[in-house]
Ligand binder design. Structure first.
Ligand code: FES
Ligand code: FES
Length: 151
């Protein structure tokens, strides 16, 4: 049965009419046309669909709409001109780019709670994000570069 749910997405109040158990990812991509959040595994295993929920990186594929009502959702589009974006370009930290938005979300969550992470902390923060292209080392360097730029 469908309901009208109110979501805060990238600082804007949105209404979605859907079954409450619908994955957040479907609402973002299909209803709100925010296509930067990717569909990878669909089961919470790859990180491609990560968004920030109240500042924490979480899989939108595995999060029902009822669970995010009243919470602040930030997608890759909502990060805007983040220092991380520049650092990822400078480090050439992507190949196909499919995983990149989820990785940027995990990195933004990390820098939101720890502005001076060590390399070990960056690696731990990105641990849930898979990259089939093997770009992890460059991504770690990019996150460290972004953290340095913000000091
Ligand atoms: S698509 Fe959501 S974690 Fe893989
Ligand atoms: S850059 Fe291709 S999957 Fe990560």
């Amino acid at each position: 049965m469908t309901e009208t749910l109110r979501l805060s997405v990238n600082g804007i109040q949105r209404e979605i009419t859907a079954a409450p158990e619908t994955p957040l990812l479907y609402a973002l991509r299909n209803d709100l046309h925010l296509k930067g959040t990717r569909f990878g595994c669909g089961s919470g295993q790859c990180g491609a669909c990560f968004v920030l929920i109240d500042g924490h990186a979480a899989p939108a594929c595995d999060t029902p709409l009822w669970a995010v009502a009243g919470k602040a959702i930030t997608t890759i589009e909502g990060l805007g001109e983040h220092t991380l974006s520049r650092a990822f370009v400078d480090e050439q930290a992507a190949q196909c780019g499919f995983c990149t938005s989820g990785i940027l979300i995990s990195a933004a969550a990390l820098l939101g709670r720890n502005s001076k992470p060590t390399e070990t902390e960056v690696r731990a923060a990105l641990d849930r994000n898979l990259c089939r292209c093997g770009s992890h080392n460059r991504m770690v360097r990019a996150v460290l570069r972004a953290a340095q730029a913000e000091r």
